[in-house]
Design a protein around this ligand. Structure first.
Ligand code: NAD
Length: 380
């Protein structure tokens, strides 16, 4: 997967001869530090919550709250790298637009890279680096928090408090002990969920994964068996052509009556309309979504100050239905949002940038595309 090619430092290629001579005398560490401070990085989708972490780790970058899209790619003009997040759009035509503006590197400050056209990036000589893991337990804990909130009706209780309603009807939950959780995708996050629920709640744990792991604390079964036996189903898969729409009319029909379904992975794993039908039929008792199929248009934005006409242009009927259902909890892609995870993201993003600028060998799980080597090195 990794390349044995060591690229020329990005900055040395454009430095003056005197500076290049000086740089050669320095240790590689110092060269790397100088290179990374000279190369220019444009950060898209910068949020205030990253002030204490990313801005400190990449102090010389240009920050913008704009989301990367075909309309905003021109902002990267004159920058060597762009730094993007999960909802930035780096489809083929956007990659082309970045390449035409001299961008050589896409730095993902997340693990998933389904929002980047990796083949186009390679063709256009753009490398893609990511943060393969950042405190995975933060996401596991959020998934567990969602299932507990739904199971014990915490949001409904909170809503009642606001209007002075302290009654109990409609708030009966179930004990988790002895129930069965089905973990779909037993990678870092899924295994964290399994361990919390097995050790902390004494739940029975079933797992489904294309590549079974020796250290999974539950029993592997087929997806059909998992769906049929689980009281709670939690999704922890990457978005790929294979996993897209995995939870649909057919798979929901295979679930146990009254399942709690949690998705903290990628929105397109779940057909939200089919999930709504499942909620109406009772097959799904409660639905927790930290990700949503149409989140690019909604998440990280504030629609509250828009007038009705403006809001209707962007509003989403499926989300409106989900938002009206008391047994649905939607969080706007916040599962990763802990101090620990933000620190890790900032640290690894800055290190990815430094390595690339210094021309160091790109290897390891952080490399999605090393544009200096053949197609075989693209991570799948
Ligand atoms: P991981 O790579 O450690 O685990 C993914 C697991 O899915 C692996 O065990 C893999 O074998 C399995 N898998 C892949 N394709 C499969 C298929 N077709 N069928 C069955 N199993 C399959 O990843 P992770 O760190 O556990 O993260 C899981 C997902 O969580 C990520 O892909 C990302 O989409 C999502 N995520 C969400 C947030 C958030 O804030 N909501 C944060 C980080 C990651």
């Amino acid at each position: 997967m990794s390349s044995s090619v060591v690229r020329a430092p990005l900055i040395a290629a454009r430095a003056s001869p005197a500076r290049a001579r000086g740089a050669r005398r320095l240790s590689s560490v110092i060269v790397a530090a100088r290179a990374s401070s000279d190369a220019r990085c444009f950060v898209f989708s910068a949020h205030r919550y990253e002030d204490e972490t990313l801005r400190r780790a990449l102090p010389n970058a240009t920050y913008s709250s704009a989301r990367l899209s075909l309309d905003t790619a021109s902002l990267a003009q004159g920058h060597d790298a762009v730094c993007v997040f999960v909802d930035d759009d780096a489809r083929g035509e956007v990659v082309d637009a970045l390449a035409e503006r001299g961008v050589k590197l896409i730095l993902l400050r997340c693990a998933g890279f389904d929002n980047v056209d990796c083949e186009r990036a390679r063709e256009r000589g753009i490398s893609v680096l990511r943060v393969p893991a950042y405190d995975p337990l933060s996401i596991s804990e959020h998934a567990v928090a969602m299932m507990m909130s739904l199971n014990r009706h915490l949001c409904a209780s909170r809503d009642r408090l606001r209007v002075g309603n302290f009654t109990l009807d409609g708030l009966v939950g179930s004990s988790m002990r002895g129930k069965t959780v089905g973990v779909v995708g037993t990678g870092k996050i899924g295994r964290g969920v399994a361990e919390i629920l097995k050790n902390g709640f004494q739940m029975r744990v079933l797992g489904y994964d294309k590549f079974e792991k020796d250290d999974f604390c539950g029993d592997y079964v087929s997806l059909d068996e998992l769906l049929a036996r689980s009281d709670v189903v939690s999704l922890h898969l990457p978005l790929t052509p294979e996993t897209r729409g995995m939870i649909c009319v057919e798979t929901i029909a295979k679930m146990k009556e009254g399942t709690i379904l949690i998705n903290t992975s990628r929105g397109l794993l779940v057909d939200a309309r089919a999930a709504i039908d499942g909620l109406y039929s009772g097959r799904i008792a409660a639905l927790g979504l930290d990700v949503y199929e149409n989140e690019n248009r909604l998440f990280f934005k504030d629609f509250s100050s828009m007038n009705t006409n403006e809001r209707m242009l962007v509003w989403d009927e499926t989300m409106a239905i989900l938002g009206s259902m008391p047994q649905v909890l939607v969080t706007p892609h916040t599962a990763f949002l802990t101090h620990e995870a933000l620190d890790e993201i900032a640290k690894h993003t800055a290190e990815n940038f430094r390595q690339f600028c210094a021309g160091e060998r790109l290897e390891g799980a952080n490399v999605v595309v090393d544009a200096s080597v053949s197609a075989a090195s693209t991570t799948t």
